[in-house]
Design a protein around this ligand. Structure first.
Ligand code: NDP
Length: 333
């Protein structure tokens, strides 16, 4: 059994020296637990916060700790009546070939709805973040203009599509032409801005969102967010989901710089945590599953092959290597 551990805390941008792949024994499941062989594991931006020795919503990892995260895998041995060997499940596992999971904490994976890896993206935590974050914090109304940053990622790509279902004009920011074309050509976004080749985000927003911005779903922060704040309409809602452009900062940046811009529009800026909606996860999963099965909600996963490449896949999130959800294929079906 191979598993990744935190070898060192990063100083600024993490690199491969922060990670170490070590050999351990295959764990044995206790009563109520499952031994699961990992098929796919999820790498997520919030894990950068766990590498830091600071209080946050996700508990920090200690140096030497095994790295944890969402997985999809096959039950190899079951000490629970709820699952049998051979079942596919998803839950909180490890960056490892094998992990033991409490049967109460996993959910079944139905490969007839979508490929198993989708249960780490659109049908997993990122999809639920998009669903509750947009609908309950962003509160989009038909006719609203919704702007999404990090739009071609796991959360953002779902946010934009749900906003379209709700009759909104949708504009996304993403970092390559391939991504912006995917947003407009395949996902139905009305406009998409490549923030790496655009000089003036304000001008780009004037063209893409001529009626101003009613909802801003923020995954990234930084200069994109500064620009969107200058375009907010009366009673706009800003759902602050992530700030990936700051996750590697060692110094706390000065700001928020554009708060004066929310005064006249009386905009509401609200942070969100997907875990706050845990009692209603099943509702979201059911609806997202229906939309995916009906072909109404599109999704994409970027797959890196091999557990040994998990740290590379994680670092790729900060370089924008992924389109849709970044996953690592650990074992073939
Ligand atoms: P993504 O799939 O969106 O992957 C991260 C993407 O961020 C990259 O592909 C890259 O795309 C973009 N990015 C990286 N650096 C920058 C930068 N400096 N400026 C602008 N964009 C950048 O990740 P997720 O969908 O999983 O997560 C999106 C955000 O939501 C993250 O900030 C995450 O922390 C947050 N989140 C919050 C949750 C909550 O409960 N609050 C739950 C889940 C996620 P590009 O090519 O466009 O640059």
């Amino acid at each position: 059994n191979r598993e990744w551990v935190l070898a060192a805390r990063p100083d600024g941008e993490p690199d491969l020296d922060c990670f170490e792949l070590r050999e351990t024994d295959v764990p044995s499941p206790n009563l109520g637990e499952l031994l699961v062989r990992t098929r796919y594991l999820s790498v997520d931006p919030y894990m950068r916060g766990r590498m830091r020795d600071a209080e946050s919503y996700a508990e920090p990892w200690d140096v030497g700790d095994a790295l944890k995260g969402g997985i999809v895998g096959e039950v190899i041995e079951s000490e629970s009546d709820a699952y049998d060997a051979g079942d596919l499940v998803t839950g909180e596992g490890r960056w490892a070939d094998y992990a033991t999971l409490d049967a109460d904490d996993v959910a079944p994976v139905d490969p007839t709805v979508a490929d198993p890896e989708a249960y780490l993206g659109v049908l997993g935590m990122p999809g639920r973040t998009a669903y509750f974050g947009l609908l309950e914090v962003g509160e989009p109304q038909p006719g609203d203009t919704v702007v999404v940053s990090g739009a071609a990622g796991a959360v953002g790509s779902v946010v934009g599509q749900i906003a379209k279902r709700n009759g909104c004009r949708v504009v996304g920011f993403a970092g390559t032409d391939e991504k912006t074309e995917w947003l407009t050509d395949d996902l139905g976004f009305d406009a998409a801005i490549n923030y790496k080749t655009t000089d003036d985000y304000g001008d780009a927003l004037d063209a893409a969102a001529p009626d101003g911005v009613d909802v801003y779903f923020d995954n990234v922060g930084g200069p994109i967010t500064d620009a969107v704040f200058t375009k907010l309409n009366l009673d706009a809602r800003v759902a602050v989901c992530g700030q990936i452009s700051h996750y590697n900062d060692e110094e706390v940046p000065t700001g928020p710089r554009k708060l004066p811009q929310i005064i006249a529009p009386r905009a509401k800026v609200e942070g969100l945590l997907v875990s706050d909606f845990a009692t209603r996860f099943e509702v979201a999963s059911e609806r997202l599953g229906e939309w995916v099965a009906a072909g109404e909600l599109r999704h994409r996963e970027t797959v890196v092959d091999g557990l040994e490449n998990a740290s590379d896949a994680f670092l790729g999130l900060f370089a924008g290597d992924n389109i849709g959800k970044q996953v690592v294929r650990v074992a073939p079906a």
